[in-house]
Design a protein around this ligand. Structure first.
Ligand SMILES: [Zn+2]
Length: 80
């Protein structure tokens, strides 16, 4: 297996957000990243973390931050 066919963790991390967005990461790189994520535990858990974070941010944004803030203040007041 030629060394140049492998992709390094640094390169995966560098392109991870673009990759997760489904945007173009360069010719042939997408499959290399996919392959790397299957084989590299460290990058795989990082990708999982980024996906979970994005999901969480979308969830919170969908619930209207002002309503959440209002509930939070009410909860704080109720504690007294
Ligand atoms: Zn890696």
């Amino acid at each position: 297996m030629p060394e140049s066919k492998n992709i390094r963790c640094e390169e995966v991390v560098e392109h991870l957000l673009t990759f997760l967005d489904g945007e173009e990461v360069g010719e042939g790189r997408r499959s290399l990243i996919e392959q790397h994520l299957e084989e590299c535990r460290s990058c795989c858990s990082r990708a999982d973390f980024e996906l979970a974070l994005r999901h969480r941010v979308r969830e919170v944004a969908a619930k209207r931050p002002t309503a959440i803030l209002r509930n939070r203040i009410r909860q704080l007041i109720d504690q007294f």
